[in-house]
Design a binder for this molecule. Structure first.
Ligand code: BTN
Length: 235
């Protein structure tokens, strides 16, 4: 790694700052981290809130050696990197396509992939030692899952290394990433409801295709879903 490291107790959003640095041409590997964010962002304009010091909130600037049309692949790369680190604590991690990491039925980490000029920014919020969540969030943390003293330094190093390792396969060898993600895919062979092309619809998750798109069987036809929101299991 030869990037910069920018750390602050409080920041509006590490991803906003990383996007600025990316736009200014910061080198690949630049890392922005904060203890607390006042404008932490999730996907689709949602907020990412986390009590001070209890989470890992960071954004990594990358200068990928693949075309922009492949950048969205880094969502699964980052999800896999986070999942492997969680597994290193002896827990089972699930990847909720395209970019959440779950433990059991609860979210433990969220990933936001964005582009800034020639740079890619991967923002990750990981619940390390959060003690409680509002019930409606259906979230969990490593501490709540029984890891007494998770080391944030080790987690951060592991995730960043994983992103570089799996990220090197985005342009060639991506099927290895897909295969690893498939093993951990949440909702496999389950009926889900989701918003697809703006419409609510239902189908059974069958896996991923070579591009990393979600294969969903709807009315007997398997569709490759490139983008969908609010995917939930139908009980
Ligand atoms: C999601 O689950 O919708 C994605 C959440 C991503 C949150 C992280 S926290 C660090 C980085 N900075 C932000 O403002 N967002 C990402």
């Amino acid at each position: 790694l030869n990037g910069l490291l920018e750390y602050a107790e409080v920041m509006e959003s590490t991803s906003d700052r990383a996007l600025e640095l990316g736009q200014a041409g910061s080198p690949s590997g630049t890392l922005v981290m904060a203890e607390r964010q006042t404008k932490g962002r999730g996907r689709r304009g949602s907020r990412w809130a986390c009590p001070e010091g209890e989470g890992l909130l960071f954004s990594l600037v990358l200068d990928p050696d693949v075309g922009k049309e492949l950048w969205s692949r880094f969502a699964l790369v980052a999800g896999l990197a986070v999942a492997e680190v969680i597994e290193g604590f002896g827990l089972e991690a699930g990847i909720k396509w395209p970019n959440d990491v779950w433990i059991g039925e609860k979210k433990c980490a969220g990933i936001l992939v964005e582009g800034a000029a020639d740079r890619l920014v991967i923002g990750i919020g990981l619940n390390v030692s959060v003690r409680s969540f509002p019930a409606e969030l259906e979230a969990t943390s490593l501490l709540l899952e029984g890891v007494p003293k998770p080391s944030r330094e080790e987690i951060l190093a592991g995730v960043v290394q994983g992103i570089f390792r799996w990220g090197s396969l985005v342009g060639g060898g991506y099927e290895k990433v897909i295969a690893e993600v498939q093993k951990r895919l949440v909702f496999r062979n389950q009926l889900v409801r989701m918003l697809w092309q703006g419409e609510p619809c239902e189908g059974v998750v069958r896996g991923l295709n070579d591009e990393g798109h979600l294969l969903v069987e709807m009315n007997g036809v398997v569709q490759a879903v490139v983008q969908a929101d609010e995917i939930r299991s139908v009980q």
